[in-house]
Ligand binder design. Structure first.
Ligand code: 5GP
Ligand code: MG
Length: 190
């Protein structure tokens, strides 16, 4: 009983506060699940008999990955990668590395699962690294896409919901570490 109360109190609230900033309800959990139904239908149509490798990008895509792969109606493998950046000695000052790619993706049909694609910088980097492992095919599915912010030519093949440039939290997306566990997506109040 106590658990149920806690769960309900963290779902579908009109507004929330994280680290002293206010956020308002933007996409409710039902709309999120409907959007994922549509993405999963397209992925089933395209990948059902291809034994794909789904690669979730941590941390943000853990819920999206879970919701997509449990709708998948074929054999598949699921793995997670993480982009680590740390201070280095190259000219840009930071070095990026894709961690967790311990599975062989050579000649496999690989689908990257992202929480959000904004400028596309992260995606571009991940794709460059994955391509060097020679997958048979490499595509991208993202829960949220910010088309007005996107600076790249790389196609974003499967999109859950297109959004504006405002900062969002919930359903995997965080604000300074908090909010990933929210079942709805919230928009920051300026
Ligand atoms: P990029 O600009 O490289 O496409 O996106 C980089 C990262 O910025 C995303 O993976 C995500 O972590 C973060 N990001 C972009 N937009 C948002 C947003 O609206 N909310 C949150 N929480 N993170 C975002
Ligand atoms: Mg991300």
């Amino acid at each position: 009983m106590k658990l149920l109360t806690l769960k309900l109190s963290f779902k579908n609230m009109n507004s929330i506060e994280l680290h002293n900033r206010k956020f308002n309800l933007f996409i409710d959990a039902n709309s999120i699940q409907n959007a994922i139904d549509n993405v999963a239908n397209d992925i089933n149509r395209d990948y059902k008999d291809r034994n794909p490798v789904f690669l979730g990008v941590l941390n943000g895509s853990f819920l999206f990955t879970a919701d997509v792969v449990r709708r998948f109606e074929g054999n598949c493998e699921v793995n997670f990668i993480r982009l680590a950046s740390y201070q280095g000695t190259d000219s840009t000052g930071t070095i990026k590395e894709v961690m967790g790619l311990n599975e062989n993706i050579k000649n496999r049909d690989v689908l990257i699962l992202e929480d959000i694609v904004d400028s596309g910088n992260t995606l571009e980097y991940i794709i460059e690294v994955l391509r060097s492992h020679k997958p048979r095919s490499l595509k991208v599915a993202t829960f949220l896409f910010k088309p007005k912010a996107y600076l790249k030519d790389i196609p974003v093949d499967y999109v859950g919901i297109e959004v504006g440039n405002e900062f969002l939290v919930g359903y995997g997306l965080d604000f300074d570490g908090h909010g990933r566990n929210l079942e709805d997506v919230y928009i920051i109040e300026e």
